[in-house]
Design a protein around this ligand. Structure first.
Ligand code: BJ8
Length: 423
């Protein structure tokens, strides 16, 4: 029995099956992230965050829980983490990125829904998700149809709060979203047994803003020529961002950026000279999923920008901290989060502009549109993204895939052919 098995048993996990999940994920990590050459030394920390997400981090959260803190799970970056933190609770992302758990979800749910949703549900229903038993509340949101309808079922089983995310961004929608933020606060205050304090809220906004700023610094370093870090490693950092304690995480990303600045000065890069500069745009790649980045970079590309929720969308906007009262601060939070350009919005013109700007800033030669199977909104929006990029003569390749390895050879052929066509 390893150090953590007792903890897993006490949390009611299926320990044997959980060991199988871990082996599967570790193998995936070794075959992708672990195979890279010339990685920054300070990446060790972020690798460890991923490895410890089933061990040390859970032990840490249980320790906090024993001191009275509550854990709040979320599935989407529209959920304002600073509000949860200001009520002395800990936000944790619950999305699954492993193919291992997908069959467990398919026993109960339709097969033709997105792998991110199936992986998440499969972990929870096969008793291999550590965060399911330790959370006091889960917060869902009305983004895509798959998620929305799953919330109907989950909210029958666990303490669940659903935020209604509008589908447009007009004044009336802004008001609806502000109301939703206030309703979330009311529910969290009940759970916490205390009221939101403006000074503490401001303090937590600063923590999150600092985290966003350091990720912006990392994004600027990634687009240097040659890039000092691989897209796969930058993805590992982003996956860690959704699990790690934010102050510690921010400090470690600063250290990584310092090292990257030094690598830029010395011209050190994990890529060879002719690696094609690629932007990945579309669906997020959450922990356990390194498939597309690894494919691109092992085929001669360098992913230097991610226009995804495990990329720019997570950190591009800060919360304005001018207000001193709760209503003003909550208004600023609502405002900041509504700027995220998920494809569930119609129209979603700001995303088109964002992709275009990022492509110019990053000197991008080609865009890989990464679409998870059955994610209709990103799949259809790919047409407009492609059209927008054409205006700047930037080609895009749409990849629709799941978490399995079955299509890897076929995808590699397509990615290699795409990279060859780029100038
Ligand atoms: S803001 S991208 S994190 S919803 S990939 S489950 S949309 S069918 S993950 Fe997302 Fe929030 Fe949007 Fe970002 Fe549905 Fe699409 Fe699956 Fe998705």
């Amino acid at each position: 029995m390893n150090n953590y098995e007792k903890m897993w048993q006490e949390l009611g996990l299926d320990v044997n099956l959980h060991n199988e999940v871990l082996n599967y994920i570790n193998k995936g990590f070794q075959n992708t992230v672990g195979k890279q050459k010339n990685r920054p030394r300070t990446m060790d920390y972020f690798d460890n965050v991923l490895h410890e997400s089933h061990g040390g981090r859970v032990a840490e959260l249980l320790e906090e829980k024993s001191k009275g803190k509550k854990i709040v799970g979320f599935f989407c970056i529209y959920v304002p983490e600073e509000i949860i933190m200001a009520l002395d609770m800990i936000p944790i992302a619950l999305c699954g990125g492993t193919n291992f758990s997908v069959p467990y979800a398919e026993k109960m749910f339709p097969r033709d829904i997105c792998p991110l949703v199936k992986s998440t549900l499969g972990l929870a229903f096969s008793k291999t998700c550590l965060y399911a038993p330790i959370k006091s509340l889960a917060v869902g949101e009305t983004t895509c149809d798959a998620k929305k309808k799953v919330w109907d079922i989950l909210s029958q089983k666990v303490n669940f709060h659903i935020m209604e995310l509008p589908q447009k961004k007009n004044i009336i929608d802004t008001h609806l979203w502000e109301d939703e933020v206030h309703t979330l606060v009311e529910n969290l205050e009940k759970l916490a047994g205390k009221k939101l304090n403006p000074f503490i809220l401001k303090e937590k906004i600063d923590i999150m803003n600092n985290k966003r700023k350091v990720l912006q610094r990392l994004a600027k370093l990634r687009i240097k020529e040659p890039p000092p870090i691989s897209g796969l490693d930058a993805l590992v950092v982003m996956q860690a961002a959704l699990n790690d304690e934010p102050v510690r995480f921010t400090k470690k990303v600063e250290e990584l950026c310092d090292e990257l600045e030094d690598r830029v000065k010395k011209g050190i890069s994990p890529f060879y000279d002719k690696a094609k500069r690629i932007m990945v745009s579309g669906c997020p790649s959450v922990m356990g999923n390194w498939k597309v980045h690894s494919l691109i970079e092992s085929s001669g590309g360098a992913v230097v920008v991610d226009e995804t929720c495990t990329g720019v969308r997570y950190f591009k906007d800060l919360v304005d901290t001018k207000a001193n009262d709760i209503d003003g601060l909550l208004g600023a939070i609502a405002d900041r989060y509504l700027k995220i350009n998920c494809s569930c919005f119609t129209p979603n013109n700001d995303r088109l502009e964002m992709v275009r700007t990022l492509a110019r800033e990053g000197n991008i030669k080609g865009v890989v549109q990464y679409i998870l199977q059955y994610c209709h909104t990103y799949n259809i929006e790919a047409i407009r993204i492609d059209g927008t990029l054409k205006q700047d003569n930037i080609p895009s390749l749409k990849i629709v895939t799941d978490y399995s390895e079955e299509d890897t050879a076929q995808l590699r052929t397509r990615v290699e052919a795409f990279l060859e066509t780029l100038q």
